[in-house]
Design a protein around this ligand. Structure first.
Ligand code: C2O
Length: 507
């Protein structure tokens, strides 16, 4: 089946959280953006028309591997020129290798924090390993009362030398505050949780109901029962929830800020937000302040349903240290190994396609893109040492990766974090969890591995949008020869036109 979407961006005014009207980015004059469901094997064609008069845009389908369709991946100046005002870009790909819960979002200038995002579910009903009666998507998010432009301007300025991130005013669920979810008794729901926010992680729980985790970032897992989920921006969890037999009362569905991520706690910020699981429309709604003391599930110990064994020793290791500091201009930036990512003048994919044999040479991509060239089918290991005092959710495009280590590497005596040691680390799991977005705690590290079997240019970055604008990103050029050889990866008219109309020089 082919799904054709014709989407035009624009602005509208909405009161999303019930407290303040503000401009949001609309799709064909309406908001929210559509939630998309397709079946495995379907083709998706999105004609994205830039209806803004003063800014570029782009679209990324978060978590899709885009194997053979790298130029449809979205991040601007990584795989495409951004779409200029009045222009149209056709995102055209087949969903072959992905099943489960995903989302799509603008990959330009924090536009998804202004509402340009939606959920994207790939069904494979025949192969889903567990039984359920009904499939429900719960989109979790956060909401700011100001548009990203304004916040961004204040954030990246000499008046914010510590790089304190703007704090959202509210948490939202399915694009509203205090969302209502109507349920039937004695029914098993597959609840797909997607965090489409751009900053805070959230705790999620349902009063007096257990959840069985069965999918994480498009990877089916062994059942794992918990009563609380910790979900960073861009992550997804699918859980089975079995409802009660009786319809006497209704229950609270809770979201809570991970307040350790906030630089200060505004006096009027409500950390908990109550939503409602409604069995009985005539019964009372539960109190606003239901707070349970629960333990959240540690995703590190989930086991993938397919029992994929840990990859062996890496052929290639990338070690990066994360830090944040002021540049000489007094503005706070983020660094991997003292390099802050700067977008190149020519998208990195275009450079890879036109560089001929030089494409294997990381230097042709420019030092500020912080590029690493990966050989075909290499086992790649990324060791990330977080020297910063913040939690960061990192996302790799084009893959799921195995989570080998996530450690609190902190020397309590000296107050100094110690980096990951190859010969002294916690044991690797037998069947490591696979996901596309993983968080690292302050002064901690993680080690992830994947096989470089998807030729393409793939972005790796912190999914806190503020940190991406501070430069917390690097680029992988995976199998340059493979990129050049794949005919389907040759540029489409859309790709060429986007660059032409921005005057980007490439052949
Ligand atoms: Cu959700 Cu670079 O993406």
């Amino acid at each position: 089946e082919t799904h054709v979407f014709n989407w035009t961006t624009g602005w509208g005014t909405y009161n999303v959280d019930g407290t303040k009207e503000r401009p949001v980015i609309t799709c064909n004059g309406e908001w929210p953006w559509p939630d998309v469901t397709v079946n495995k094997g379907d083709r998706v064609e999105v004609y994205l028309n830039n209806g803004f008069d003063d800014r570029n845009t782009s679209l990324h389908f978060h978590g899709l591997f885009q194997n053979g369709t790298n130029q449809m991946d979205g991040p601007n100046m990584v795989v495409q020129c951004p779409i200029g005002p009045g222009d149209t870009f056709l995102y055209n790909f087949t969903v072959e290798d992905n099943v489960g819960t995903y989302w799509y979002h603008s990959h330009t200038a924090g536009q998804y924090q202004d509402g340009m995002r939606g959920t994207f579910v790939v069904q494979d009903k025949d192969d889903f390993p567990y039984d359920y009666d009904e499939d429900v998507v719960l989109q979790l998010g956060e909401w700011y009362h100001d548009v990203t432009d304004v916040l961004h301007h204040q954030f990246l300025s000499v008046y914010n030398p510590t790089g304190a991130e703007p704090i959202p005013q509210n948490l939202i669920m399915n694009n509203t505050r205090n969302n209502t979810w109507h349920v039937q008794p004695d029914t098993t729901y597959l609840l797909r949780l997607v965090n489409t926010g751009g900053f805070v992680s959230q705790y999620f729980w349902i009063e007096d109901h257990e959840m069985e985790v069965v999918e994480v970032d498009g990877v089916y897992t062994d059942r794992n029962t918990t009563n609380m989920i910790y979900i960073t921006t861009a992550q997804r969890y699918s859980v089975l929830v079995h409802t009660k037999n009786s319809t006497d009362r209704n229950y609270a569905v809770m979201q809570k800020f991970d307040d350790t991520m906030l630089d200060k706690l505004p006096a009027d910020l409500q950390l908990n937000t109550t939503n409602y699981m409604v069995y009985n429309a005539d019964a009372e709604l539960p109190d606003e302040d239901v707070v349970d003391e629960l333990d959240f599930l540690d995703d590190f110990y989930l086991v993938p349903y397919n029992k994929v064994e840990a990859l062996g020793d890496p052929d290639y290791r990338i070690t990066v240290n994360v830090s944040m500091d002021n540049l000489i201009n007094g503005i706070n930036y983020a660094f991997f190994n003292n390099l802050t990512y700067v977008v190149p003048k020519v998208p990195t994919l275009m450079t890879a396609l036109s560089a001929g044999e030089d494409a294997v040479n990381a230097e042709v991509y420019g030092s500020n893109t912080h590029s690493y060239v990966l050989g075909k089918d290499e086992i790649v290991e990324i060791v990330l040492n977080n020297l910063d005092s913040g939690t960061h959710p990192f996302h790799l495009h084009g893959h799921v990766f195995q989570t080998m280590v996530r450690d609190v590497a902190y020397d309590a005596d000296t107050d100094v974090p110690h980096p990951y040691q190859e010969d002294d680390h916690p044991a690797f799991p037998e069947y490591p969890m696979l996901r596309d977005t993983i968080y690292v705690r302050p002064q901690s590290n993680f080690v992830i591995r994947f096989k470089a079997d998807n030729p393409g240019v793939w972005f790796f970055h912190c999914h806190i949008e503020w940190h991406l604008t501070q430069g917390l990103a690097f680029v992988l050029i995976e199998d340059p020869q493979g990129i050049q050889e794949r005919s389907s990866q040759q540029l489409t008219e859309s790709s060429i036109n986007a660059c032409k109309s921005l005057g980007v020089p490439f052949e």
